[in-house]
Design a protein around this ligand. Sequence first.
Ligand SMILES: [Zn+2]
Length: 1025
Amino acid sequence: MFRHTKAVLEKLRHVRLKCQQLPRRQRSTAAKEKALHYNAGQQIHGFTVKEVVAVPDLFLTAVKLTHDKTGAQYLHAARDDPNNLFSVQFRTTPMDSTGVPHILEHTVLCGSKKYPCRDPFFKMLNRSLSTFMNAFTASDYTMYPFSTQNEKDFQNLLSVYLDAVFFPCLREQDFWQEGWRLENENPTDASSPLVFKGVVFNEMKGVFSDNESVYGQHLQNKLYPDHTYSVVSGGEPLAIPDLTWEQLKQFHATHYHPSNARFFTYGDLPLEQHLKQIDMEALSKFDRIDPNTQVPSQPHWTSPRHDHVTCSPDPMAPDQSRQNTLCVSYMLGDITDTFEAFTLSLLSSLMTSGPNAPFYKALIEPKIGTDFSSVVGYDGSTKEASFSIGLQGMAEADSEKVKNIIHQTISDIIAKGFEDERIEALLHKLEIQMKHQSTNFGLSLASYIASLWNHDGDPVELLQINNSVTKFRQALKENPRFLQDKVQHYFKENTHRLTLSMSPDDSYLDNQARAEKDKLQEKISALSDGDKKEIYEKGLQLLDAQSKTQDASCLPALKVSDIAPTIPITPVLMSSAEGVPVQFCEQPTNGLVYFRAMCSLNTLPEDLKLYVPLFCSVVTKMGCGDLDYRQQAQQMEMRTGGMSVSPQVISDCSSLDMFEQGVLLSSSCLDRNVPHMFQLWQDIFNSPHFDDEERLRVLVMMSAQELSNGISYSGHMYAVTRASRHLTPAGDLHESFDGMEQVRFMKRIAEMSDLTQVIRMLPRIKKHILNPVNMRCAINATPQQVSESAAHVESFMKDVAAKRKHFKAVRPNIIQRPLDVLSDSGPSRKLVNDPDFHPCYMKTFFQLPFPVNFVSESVRTVPYNHEHYASLCVLARMMTAKFLHGEIREKGGAYGGGAKMGGGVFSFYSYRDPNSVQTLSAFRRGVEWAKLGQFSQQDIDEAKLSIFSSVDSPVAPSSKGLSVFLSGLTDEMKQGHRERLFAVTHENILDAAERYLCAGHKTCGVAILGPENDAIKKDPSWVVK
Ligand SMILES: [Zn+2]
């Protein structure tokens, strides 16, 4: 996987310092206290302890060590969290765009000395209970993290990871498969034309089919033009074929060395065991080298620069005539200066985030563009940080205007500064982020410290966030112009700034295709007949290797018997407030209260349905009660951890023709702010503001732009949703809310010159949705807070109940399901039943300007509680691992592909796929493969392990009890499913494949998103959109 600039940014914008206090396990009585007993200077298994620091804000103890022989650096965060994490990162600083670090990241995972079987990484996914396994290539480091809750699994995975990165086979064949190769289009036909193939080659074509990625990449390359940031670490598609196998091996020898490595472990497992294993299996076999991989400082420009790039036109863009992007990017200071980086990142939020931020007021609200540029705000992923500000979706003619506004806004900020209230709101947000408990805290920490540590900054200092907060408050007290002076220095007076514009070019895709053709021709014309023969033979060899049944017995594995036979029960308590059911779940939430409410859509007229997602995205952002939208945003930031509303389509566990439709309200706050949080909801229920057309237009444009940008990223989800549309009534509504239909609908709304018609819809929708008659609530809080929260829910309900309205349900068949499993007479969920629903066959093609496809076929099967459901889950997982992965990724060159079960629908899919209809036949061959039944008990067990690793993935205290609240999925039903999963046999799987997936028996839908496609155009069975 390539973590390109945009993803890094997104990651940083969303970095949450989440804390988690899970029930302690027997084996680790207070890991963080134990770790305090280490002493600086102490020697453990070839390492020397350098520093031991308690970080009470994050409930952990940090232990910093160095490996004596190699100089490898090590950080351990001891914390009473059983979801243990390991990560090793190498500083990888390429000086060309061949994608060498990225291709290396892929190839080291293709087999190693101790584990020589092909692709041990993917195989371990099925032999482990890992909660996370992946690898990332960033601009200047490559990271390999995994996490698991099982001690033996940790040791197994650690062994595989260490061997992969330090002793990989790096076979030539792996390089061809993962990197690039010339091969006959049809490898078994020597006369078919030679083409480029390779996983990374296609992955990067996919990445750069996204205009936001294109822009982010150019911006980084041009802002830091003098060293490694001037190249594409993931690989420029047309530069990738310049990489040789020898260069790849050389890069490994110089970069993947312990002297260039940083190890991070996290959780409640003992540190000694990790150190011992890492030293024994890897580090002791190396001597120290000088890796010489430092990134030098970027020399500061003496005058600002300007540049321009082009991209492909976006037919989904809300306004075709406004597709330009322009932003100004400033180089800031070195990220290893922790406090300066902290200050600049806060400053960036003050300047850009939320409707009270000066840049939001100056750039977004005048509607010059659809949204901020894809790169915006503070970015600390490079050695010197940057700050970017600009717009996308703007007209070229407005360029000068935008530049002037940016410079003027900076001057205004220097003159006026920020309101104290906003600074407090931001610090409050930080407090919530530190208290909120997530399930992947270890991984968040690893990503949070990666960049700074990579440039030899002190990761422990970075973890001591409260020190920075204290220092920040002090600085503000001593100098009220502290922030303004920073803006003066880093923005007004900074000559190292780049103004980069991007505009669509109609011939962009043709030019790219031509350039690829030329590159291919250049490679081919250099080939002798002998070379061509060799290519053909190598192609056959690769195909042969890919088709061979692989022996993975060298790999360590957990057994099905290592899986816990039962799940822990989550107790919840049903109560009511003013007749509205309320579920309470007592959890160690660390001083936060989580409130949710599910509101039914059963009475909402059909003509308003498509507007529901829009309603959800604006209802908490347009003002309410006495607050205008700015004051409302301010209150939310000051008093809550966020308030949001989202549409829900929930398939019934027992019938495919039944579903619940609603919207979910979610919010959280610190204990002390519960009354404020309910006051805000009360105002939203009683007097939301909907009539500000200007405000609505801003929100509409931003969501339309976001939807349009998201397709190239989650195209497979759109394909699956579309393919499932005609299979179940829930699938149909799901497409309206989350599918291509919604994308197109929002585009139409964004194009309207007059939104009064939309404005009239919103209060009509509100009347039906924010109505206590069809509502239920849930509270997750600490036992002490539960009763206090109950009183607040009660008075909230009392207030809004006055507005109670009774409407008739729109659909005739409404089925009630009890909310409390123990009482049939109590409150219930109201489900829509559509017994006359006729699933139908439909093939849909969406032509989009991507060089790759997203392909899906979905088949209607059985609901969750059905006896065959578990067999279908195992079948999907096994078919993915044992057949589809090989066909679609390894042979087909797609970035990914597989099968999955969800909502009673079995779906095949491919991701960033160079093939389209050919992949549909791979799906069919998958079914044939399953019917042959040539899979072993080991294959079945592996599929089960892989399913359980997701079934048993940790649930945060804030989300406990939610599955029963939302879907009526009780612990008993989960346990039943669990037992059926354990019991699935070879025969069950064959039967499921035969019964549900074979042609003739099945009802299926097909959808492809991709570039112009002649085969589909000529075939009248396709509906082309
Ligand atoms: Zn990749």
